[in-house]
Write a protein that binds this ligand. Structure first.
Ligand SMILES: [Ca+2]
Length: 473
């Protein structure tokens, strides 16, 4: 009896030990599983983020390639123009060929330097065999999508920063031209985002006073500079309505800064500044122009604003139906010419608006009567057919498993001092034959009229232009 009791106790003890061992083993397995899962998750995340970082870097460099190739294309324009010149002379023996917007054809022309489909479309267009070319394309790592917008096709709100009364008056005329149409009346009659009321003249004056360095109030009078009455001293509008910032009295650094100015809210922005941020071509205003608008590349709305700047009493600026007819006729003519310049020169544009030239009859067919400009000479000074400031929006695209990495760069390139590729070749040849001393300083004038030192001059005259703005998005 006693022995039996001892045995059963021993057996029970062994069972308890076994149960404890099982618990320990299970616990160990659980701890190991959790640990391993953690390690795996961590290493997977680190791997995925390394891949994402790699793809982002690749995409950024693809976007940069797009920008550099577009700069090369813009730099080739004078050469293209020389080729077109004889054809243009046949149509107009007295005139010279205007700038050809080669950048509009970047997609096709740069195809071979991009991915497979781009190269194929170029091969079909130019009837060449791409396979015989060497070192073309991006090696299947991805592609770029680059769009070039010439900033000279927009109205430059920084024109007033030059500080002279003529520049201020020119900007005033252009802004009033943009705002002119009667269908915009509600925008200037309702409360602005600050709960204030700002009519056309107040907003025009607010933009100019923000940019110009002085503290004189801009009258924003559509009459000439001499006839316009003095506006007195700039007020403390922004402080009066409780805002924490002051009028800048200096040029805009970016277009977004325009939102700080009196009366500029979302409705104003969508109507007069940037109707669709995804379509930079539709943008109306800029902070990077030369102060003149390129009538060959400006969109129909901007062109109408320019006409109204010079002829505010024209029916185009007073009758919404006539304005709509102008916009649709210009858009139609542009679609026929598929990017080729419409006007040979600034004078040609003025002649066309008066009903003359090659295009005048087309405008008449569209129901648009000849426009009488207040001063054709002044008008010729605010329009041009030559763009020098370009925005390049380039997106690098890298395909991945189940995802795609996209990086967009917006660069603004200044071509005002750029020498042509042909000039560089001639200079190199002259230096090689000893005809010219390459170290001799060249005289280049900067934006402010000062002579640049030789090193700056060398950089400033690069045929590929100078980067004045660079933003990775
Ligand atoms: Ca000012």
């Amino acid at each position: 009896m006693k022995a039996y009791r001892f045995n059963s106790r021993r057996i029970r003890g062994r069972r308890q030990e076994r149960a404890m061992a099982l618990v320990m083993v299970l616990l160990a397995i659980v701890v190991l599983t959790v640990y391993l899962t953690e390690v795996q998750a961590e290493s997977t995340t680190a791997f995925a983020s390394a891949l994402a970082e790699r793809d982002r870097l690749r995409a950024e460099y693809l976007a940069t390639s797009g920008i550099n190739l577009q700069r090369m294309l813009i730099a080739s324009e004078p050469t293209v123009r020389q080729v077109v010149e004889p054809v243009f002379k046949l149509m107009n023996p007295k005139g010279r060929a205007p700038q050809i917007p080669v950048w509009e054809f970047g997609d096709q022309v740069l195809g071979p330097y991009n991915d497979g489909p781009g190269a194929e479309s170029f091969a079909a267009l130019a009837n060449v065999d791409i396979a015989s070319g060497e070192n073309l394309g991006l090696g299947g790592l991805g592609h770029f999508e680059a769009v070039v917008i010439d900033e000279d096709s927009k109205i430059d709100v920084n024109t007033a920063a030059r500080g002279d009364i003529i520049s201020r008056t020119r900007l005033a005329q252009q802004l009033l031209g943009v705002f002119a149409a009667p269908q915009y009346n509600p925008l200037f009659e309702q409360e602005d985002p600050d709960g204030q009321y700002s009519d056309r003249q107040s907003i025009c004056a607010a933009v100019i006073d923000w940019v110009d360095s002085d503290e004189e109030r801009e009258p924003c009078d559509p009459r000439s500079a001499q006839a316009a009455p003095a506006g007195g001293v700039e007020d403390n509008y922004y402080q009066t309505i409780g805002l924490k910032y002051f009028r800048k009295n200096a040029a805009f650094d970016s277009l977004d800064e325009l939102r700080l100015v009196r009366g500029i809210g979302d409705d104003f922005w969508a109507t007069f500044v940037d109707p669709d941020p995804r379509k930079p071509k539709d943008r109306v205003m800029t902070v990077w122009g030369q102060g003149k608008v390129n009538v060959n590349t400006a969109n129909a709305q901007t062109l109408l604003a320019i006409v109204c700047a010079g002829a505010p009493d024209s029916e185009l600026c007073l009758d919404p139906m006539k304005a709509a007819a102008f916009v649709s006729t210009i858009s139609l003519v542009k679609s026929f010419t598929s990017g080729a310049p419409l006007f040979g020169s600034a004078k040609d544009f003025i002649l066309t608006m008066k009903g003359g030239g090659t295009l005048g009859p087309f405008l008449a067919m569209g129901g648009i009567n000849p426009v009488t400009f207040r001063s054709p000479a002044e008008m010729a000074k605010i329009v041009t057919t030559e763009s020098k400031m370009f925005s390049i929006y380039s997106t690098g695209v890298v395909p991945g498993q189940g995802r795609e990495t996209r990086v967009t760069i917006h660069a603004v390139i200044d071509f005002r001092h750029a020498t042509t590729v042909a000039d560089v070749a001639t200079a190199n040849q002259a230096a090689a034959t000893g005809a010219v001393d390459p170290s001799a300083p060249t005289t280049v004038t900067g934006i402010n009229g000062a002579t640049l030192d030789p090193v700056t001059a060398q950089i400033a005259t690069s045929p590929a232009g100078n980067v004045v703005y660079w933003r990775v998005q």
